[in-house]
Design a protein around this ligand. Structure first.
Ligand code: FES
Length: 180
């Protein structure tokens, strides 16, 4: 009888654990789930009209999550971030690569240990400004992927990209020449 009760408790707790784990995994899987535009090809085309203002579109490029972010007109002048002195492989802040661009793409993988950052367009209790927040160890990035806080050693990676015919093309050199 004792064994049966223990078995039951074991099943019940195990079941709760699985449900809990699924609850935690679901947002990650949902974030990674490919959209209609997803591809593992080297070139991805995005129609900026389909990205909501102050929104993010998640797709993939070369098997990595790709964040396409669209900022409102004048965003840059209205928001000042206290960024860390960490630079991309071009020796710049990402924000400098994206000067004058309202739509751009970032690799959506935290440069600390590879978690998927979350887009916080309204900010949160850690930072009231729009930002990307890596929940694993508290990494904070500007919308351009520059490091504001936490352990990330460098900005989010930026793939080559250009604007052509009103579309953002990721995987071809343009205003970003190469992966940096
Ligand atoms: S993996 Fe993002 S802060 Fe550690």
């Amino acid at each position: 009888m004792e064994a049966t009760r223990r078995d039951f408790l074991g099943f019940a707790l195990g079941g709760m654990g699985i449900v809990g784990a699924l609850g935690v995994l679901y947002p990650v899987v949902k974030t990674l789930a490919p959209s209609a535009a997803s591809t593992t090809e080297a070139k991805v085309e995005i129609d900026p009209e389909k990205v909501p203002e102050m929104g993010i579109r998640v797709t993939s490029w070369k098997g990595k999550p790709l964040f396409v972010i669209k900022l409102p007109e004048g965003f840059e002048g209205k928001h000042n971030y206290d960024v860390k002195d960490t630079f991309n492989d071009a020796g710049k802040l990402n924000q400098d690569l994206f000067k004058g661009k309202r739509v751009f793409a970032l690799i959506g993988v935290c440069t600390h240990l590879g978690c998927i950052p979350l887009w916080k367009p309204e900010g949160d209790s850690d930072l009231p400004e729009p930002h990307l927040h890596c929940p694993c160890h508290g990494g904070l990035y500007t919308p351009w992927g520059d490091v504001i806080g936490g352990p990330p050693p460098r900005p989010l990676w930026v793939p080559p990209q250009k604007l052509e015919g009103g579309r953002l093309i990721v995987g071809e050199p343009g205003f970003v020449e190469r992966l940096v």
